[in-house]
Ligand binder design. Structure first.
Ligand code: GTP
Ligand code: MG
Length: 141
């Protein structure tokens, strides 16, 4: 079964949408196998999003991701990576399909509520960024 890594971003936490978004994630058939609340430092956020370090919005992105606590989770489902990206909607909420989390709750491309891994390989790396395999194993035991 495939895994993806999501983060309920600091805007999601500030808007008190942890419960609503988590309910939707579960209702859509994703199984939560690890989760926690954590506040990233700017440097940690920069490490997580290092693929974007040459992009013009990188500093803004790291500033935002460290602006308050966030909630990373590892999710399992058949076809988790693609299905989850369909579930959250386009990066820019004004382009996101109706009924997606970003269409319903995100304010802007910068503050877009939620992250989803873009490939199986990146999903694995991102899961390892926040959790150890032993943590997932312990949660399943
Ligand atoms: P993630 O799931 O968060 O990785 O989003 P994504 O895969 O839909 O988009 P991408 O990986 O291209 O960009 C990563 C994140 O950078 C986005 O989710 C946004 O939060 C932020 N971002 C992307 N483009 C812009 C932009 O033009 N301005 C700002 N401020 N942030 C942006
Ligand atoms: Mg991305």
């Amino acid at each position: 079964v495939e895994r993806t890594l999501t983060i309920l971003k600091p805007d999601c936490v500030r808007k008190e949408l942890i419960g609503e978004v988590t309910r939707r994630i579960q209702e859509a058939g994703f199984k939560i196998v690890a989760m926690k609340m954590t506040r990233l430092t700017k440097d940690t956020a920069a490490g997580f999003y290092s693929v974007h370090k040459e992009r013009p919005f990188f500093d803004e992105l790291c500033e935002f991701m460290s602006s308050g606590p966030c909630v990373p989770m590892i999710l399992e489902k058949e076809n988790a990576i693609k299905d989850f990206r369909d579930f959250i909607g386009a990066t820019d909420p004004s382009e996101a399909e109706e009924g997606t989390v970003r269409a319903d709750f995100a304010d802007s491309v910068g503050e877009n509520i939620i992250h989803g891994s873009d490939s199986v390989e990146n999903g694995q790396k991102e899961a390892n960024f926040f959790f150890s395999e032993q943590q997932v194993t312990a949660n399943k035991a």
